[in-house]
Design a protein around this ligand. Structure first.
Ligand SMILES: Nc1ncnc2c1ncn2[C@@H]1O[C@H](COP(=O)(O)OP(=O)(O)O)[C@@H](O)[C@H]1O
Ligand SMILES: [Mg+2]
Length: 236
């Protein structure tokens, strides 16, 4: 493992009964890097994030975070250590306001979270006007932004983003790209799962493509887009 790796995945596997969702997957993410994770539906992207964030334990393999073996630790411990994730399907506390949701996330993040100002986070994700609305009354796009705000509120070192741009209109993409750029400036390390190509091409440093749980390509956005295995996985 290199010394600057924030995240190091070593031969990770996840089985659900007979289904192999993630297979012998290994890769590293360096400090401050934004890594894009691509793959067709069912490729195992969310399962991988779930194993990094402690929602699922791996069937085998290791996960290292900042030089520490975190394999199988529960989500709340990982949040304290500095890993936060968004859910593909937003999971707010529906009967709490957006502001209260963020407060909960800050509490969950422990002492280190105190550094993040809530108003700045709401500004960044463009939710300032809606912060006193109940989560259940927010539109889907706003809920996606609340997911991001919640993840940021725990002041993570490593941020795992699961399809934050999905469902956005073209007009909303510059805002999302701007948010990711701000997150980069904060020095955070990011793993970004996204189908929206524009986000991949413009926001990430490197892409890993998985298909049926296995890594099939790795490189710059330009490199992976013309990789024959990638084209076959998406269109074959
Ligand atoms: N909790 C689960 N129980 C059983 N099968 C699951 C579970 N979560 C994911 N899977 C299966 O694992 C595979 C990968 O799913 P997922 O990680 O959600 O893919 P992606 O996010 O790339 O679309 C799929 O075949 C899916 O049905
Ligand atoms: Mg998914």
């Amino acid at each position: 493992m290199s010394e600057t790796a924030v995240l190091s995945i070593d031969r990770l596997n996840k089985h659900f009964g007979g289904i192999v969702a993630v297979k012998d997957l290994s890769f590293e993410v360096q400090a401050g890097e934004i890594l894009g994770l691509m793959g067709p539906n069912g490729a195992g992207k969310t399962t991988l994030l779930n194993m990094i964030a402690g929602t699922y334990s791996p069937s085998s393999g290791r996960v290292n975070f900042c030089g520490r073996d975190i394999t199988g630790l529960p989500a709340h411990k990982l949040c304290h250590l500095g890993i936060a994730r968004t859910y593909q399907i937003p999971q707010p506390f529906t009967s709490l306001s957006a502001r209260q949701n963020i407060l909960v996330a800050t509490k969950y993040g422990g002492k280190k979270a105190a550094g993040m100002e809530h108003d700045k986070i709401f500004d960044l994700v463009n939710l300032s006007e809606q912060k006193d609305m109940l989560a259940r009354d927010l539109a889907t796009v706003s809920l996606k932004r609340l997911e991001l705000a919640r993840a940021l509120a725990s002041n993570p070192t490593l941020l795992l983003l699961d399809e934050v741009a999905a469902g956005s209109t073209d007009a909303e993409l510059p805002r999302i790209l701007g948010i990711i750029e701000e997150i980069r400036k904060m020095g955070k390390t990011v793993v970004l799962v996204e189908h929206v190509m524009k986000v991949m091409v413009e926001a990430v440093d490197r892409i890993i493509v998985i298909d049926k749980g296995e890594k099939i390509a790795e490189g710059t956005p330009g490199e992976v887009m013309k990789d024959e295995k990638v084209i076959a996985a998406y269109f074959g």
